[in-house]
Design a protein around this ligand. Structure first.
Ligand code: ZN
Ligand code: ZN
Length: 613
C-alpha cells in the first residue's frame, strides 16, 4: 500500500567497469598531450548529492561513495576516500587498477607533489574544483615541477557515450507562509551585503543559497530539494538566474521573471565575462565557487572579491515562520517515530532485519504525511540502520549484502531524516533488542548525559560551536571514552540536512546565532560489537536574562520529539538536574505526540514517557 520510494538497498558500481574506461581515458590523454587527469566526485555546485550526469567518479572507477577523488596517470591510477569508504571502495573498484589513498591523511594535492614527474602535465576540469582546492593543487604541482592544466572540456564527458542529460526536475515555489520572507526582500538584503563587501556582484553557486534567496525548491538531486543553477546577484540593478526553463511551469516562470532575468545555463560564462569586461568586482566564495568562474572573471579584466557566500548566514538563521514550520514537521515526524518504535518493540528479537526496519519507518512517515495532508517529500538522507556490530560503523548504509537481523541482546542504531515542505528532520534513536548488557546501559547513559548537557546549556553571545563541543563528551571522557565525529551539524529548512556554516565540532568556528538549527548527536562506538547514538535537532534561542544573573544568555530549544529507550537508561548515573530534564522532555513528547497517535501506539507512548525516578 505504501511502497517504499526513497531508499534503495542495491550497491551500484562494479569493479569490471574500470579497466575499459580507464583505457579510453588514457587514450584520450595521450592524444591531448596530457600525463594525467583528476576526477573528483563533486559537481559544479560542491553539494553532498550530485545528479546522475555528474557521477563521473563512479563511471570511471565503479566506486559509488559520496566523497572521493581519482587521479589517473598514464601508468598508474589512485583513488582517494575517507575512513567511511575504505571497505566499500575495495568492493566496488578494481584493486588491480587503483591504489587506495586516504582523502584526509594524504589528500590529492599532497600526493601529486610526491608522485608526479617533473614537467608532467596533469589535466583538471576547473568547473569541478573550488578556488581554494585548485590553488592547493597548483601549489603542490608546482612543488613537483609539474603543470596543472585547466581543461576546456572534461575528457570523461567526451568518452562517456551514454552519459545522462542534465537533470530537469520540476521547480516549485516555497510559499511565503513557509518561507516567512519574500524573495524580493531577501534579494535586497543580499544586494546590501554585496555592496558592503566592496563588490558589485556576487555569484551564488550553491543551489541551497539560490533556493533560499528565490524561495524555490527543485528536484534535481536525491534527498535535497535543489534546483541546480547559478545566480548573479547585483548590488545594484538586475539579478541574473541561470536555470533551464524546462524545469518551470508557467506560474514559476512568471514568478521568477519578476525577480530576475532568466537565462539559459549555457550562457553563464559569456554573461560573467561581459560583466568582468565592464569592470565588475565579483564576489566569489573560495570554498564553494568553481575555479572556472575565477578564471573567467580575471581573464576578462574583472576583479574577484573573495568573500563567503552572502546567503549562508541569512539562510542559517531561520525566521519565526521557518521555525514554526520546523516545529510542525517535527511533531509529525515524532508521531511516525513513535508508531515505528511501538511496532519495533512488539517484534520478536531475531525476527526482523535492518532493511525491514528502514522500510517500515518510511511507511510510517508516509502514513502520517497522508493523514495530515503534509506528504513526505523524500527521506533527508539514506537511513543508517545498524544492528549489533553494524551500529559501530558510523556512516553505515545497509545494502542487501550487509543486511543483518536484529538479534537478541543487541543494540539497534537508527539514524534517519525526512523532507517535508515545512521542514527537514534528522533523528537518531538507539534501541535495545531483547535484554541489553550492563555495559551497554552504562555507555548509553553516558551518551545521553552528553545530549542533555548540550540541551541544557546557557551561553553568551559570540560563543562558537567549537566552544560547546566538549560539553557533549565530558561524561564519556571521565570514563576514558569518546566518539570520532562532531557533535552537531547545521540543518536547512526544507533544504540540505547537512548545511553550514554552523556546527558543534572542534572545527566549528562560526558564532552561534539565534535561529540556527543544529543537530545534537553524541555517540559511542565499540568496534565489532555495537554502536550508540542519540540525536535531537535543536535551535539557538535569542539571548534572554537569567534570574539573578548579569548577562543575557542563549539557550537551545529542542525540536525533535521521540522517547529515549528507558531500558537503556541507568537512572543512578544521572544527576537530579539531568533526570528533571529527561522527565520534562518525555512529558513534552507525550503532550505533543499523544494527540497524534492512538491505540497501541498511545499506550506504548504513555509507558515510554512515564517519569523515571
Ligand atoms: Zn542523523
Ligand atoms: Zn545528523
Amino acid at each position: 500500500m505504501y511502497a517504499v520510494q526513497y531508499q534503495a538497498f542495491e550497491v551500484t558500481g562494479e569493479p569490471s567497469v574500470g579497466a575499459p574506461r580507464v583505457a579510453m581515458l588514457r587514450d584520450w590523454l595521450a592524444r591531448h598531450d596530457l600525463d594525467g587527469f583528476i576526477v573528483p566526485r563533486s559537481d559544479e555546485h560542491q553539494g553532498e548529492y550530485v545528479a546522475p550526469c555528474s557521477e563521473r567518479l563512479r563511471w570511471i572507477t565503479g566506486f559509488s561513495g559520496s566523497a572521493g577523488v581519482a587521479i589517473i596517470l598514464r601508468d598508474k591510477a589512485v583513488i582517494f576516500v575517507d575512513g567511511r569508504y575504505t571497505l566499500q571502495v575495495r568492493n566496488q573498484a578494481d584493486m588491480s587498477l587503483f591504489d587506495v589513498e586516504s582523502l584526509i591523511d594524504n589528500p590529492p594535492a599532497k600526493w601529486v607533489s610526491a608522485n608526479i614527474c617533473k614537467r608532467a602535465r596533469i589535466g583538471f576540469d576547473p568547473w569541478l574544483h573550488t578556488i581554494s582546492d585548485a590553488a592547493a593543487l597548483n601549489k603542490y604541482a608546482a612543488r613537483a615541477g609539474a603543470e596543472l592544466v585547466a581543461l576546456a572540456k572534461n575528457p570523461i564527458d567526451e568518452i562517456w557515450s551514454d552519459r545522462p542529460g542534465q537533470p530537469l526536475g520540476a521547480i516549485s515555489i516555497q510559499p511565503n507562509e513557509l518561507a516567512g520572507e519574500l524573495a524580493r526582500d531577501k534579494l535586497a538584503r543580499l544586494s546590501d551585503a554585496i555592496s558592503k563587501a566592496g563588490a558589485t556582484h556576487a555569484i551564488l553557486t550553491d543551489p541551497s543559497s539560490i533556493a533560499w534567496a528565490f524561495n524555490i525548491r527543485g528536484s534535481d538531486v536525491p534527498h535535497t530539494p535543489l534546483a541546480l543553477g547559478f545566480a548573479v546577484i547585483a548590488a545594484q540593478g538586475t539579478h541574473l538566474l541561470f536555470m533551464d526553463k524546462r524545469k518551470m511551469g508557467i506560474e514559476v516562470e512568471a514568478y521568477l521573471t519578476q525577480l530576475c532575468e532568466l537565462l539559459p545555463p549555457s550562457t553563464l560564462d559569456t554573461e560573467v565575462a561581459a560583466l568582468a569586461r565592464s569592470g565588475a568586482r565579483i564576489a566569489l566564495d573560495p570554498a564553494l565557487a568553481a575555479e572556472k568562474l575565477r578564471m573567467i572573471v580575471q581573464d576578462n579584466g574583472g576583479e574577484v572579491v573573495e568573500a563567503p557566500d552572502p546567503a549562508r548566514l541569512p539562510r542559517a538563521t531561520k525566521n519565526a515562520t521557518e521555525l514554526a514550520g520546523a516545529r510542525s514537521a517535527h511533531r509529525r515526524d515524532g508521531a511516525a517515530m513513535v508508531r515505528f518504535l511501538c511496532w519495533l518493540e512488539a517484534q520478536r528479537p531475531g525476527s526482523i532485519d535492518e532493511i525491514t526496519a528502514v522500510s517500515r519507518l518510511e511507511e510510517f512517515r508516509h502514513r502520517v504525511g497522508e493523514e495530515t495532508q503534509q506528504p513526505l517529500k523524500d527521506v533527508a538522507f539514506e537511513t543508517i540502520s545498524g544492528a549489533g556490530p553494524n551500529g559501530a560503523i558510523i556512516h553505515y548504509r545497509v545494502t542487501r549484502a550487509s543486511n543483518r537481523t536484529l538479534g537478541n541482546g543487541e543494540l539497534f542504531l537508527l539514524d534517519s531524516g525526512a523532507q517535508y515542505q515545512d521542514g527537514t528532520t534528522d533523528i537518531t534513536r538507539t534501541v535495545a533488542i531483547g535484554a541489553p548488557s550492563d555495559e551497554m546501559c552504562q555507555r548509553f547513559t553516558l551518551v545521553l548525559k552528553g545530549l542533555i548537557a548540550i540541551s541544557r546549556l546557557r551561553f553568551p553571545a559570540g560563543t562558537r560551536g567549537c566552544d560547546l563541543d566538549s560539553f557533549a563528551r565530558q561524561a564519556l571522557w571521565l570514563h576514558g571514552l569518546d566518539y570520532a565525529h562532531g557533535t552537531g551539524h547545521g540543518v536547512g529548512s526544507y533544504l540540505a540536512v547537512h548545511e553550514g556554516p554552523q556546527r558543534l565540532a572542534k572545527t566549528g568556528t562560526e558564532k552561534l546565532l539565534a535561529g540556527m538549527i543544529l543537530s545534537n548527536e553524541p555517540g559511542y562506538y565499540k568496534e565489532g560489537h555495537y554502536g550508540i547514538r542519540s540525536e535531537n535537532l535543536i535551535v539557538v534561542e535569542a539571548p534572554s536574562s537569567v534570574e539573578g544573573g548579569d548577562i543575557d544568555m542563549h539557550s537551545f530549544e529542542t525540536l525533535t520529539l521521540a522517547p529515549f529507550d528507558r531500558r537503556l537508561i541507568k537512572a543512578d548515573l544521572l544527576s537530579s538536574d539531568e533526570l528533571d530534564w529527561l522527565n520534562a522532555y518525555h512529558a513534552r513528547v507525550l503532550a505533543e505526540i499523544g494527540p497524534m497517535v492512538d491505540g497501541e501506539a498511545l499506550k506504548w507512548l504513555e509507558a515510554a514517557t512515564a517519569p523515571i525516578r
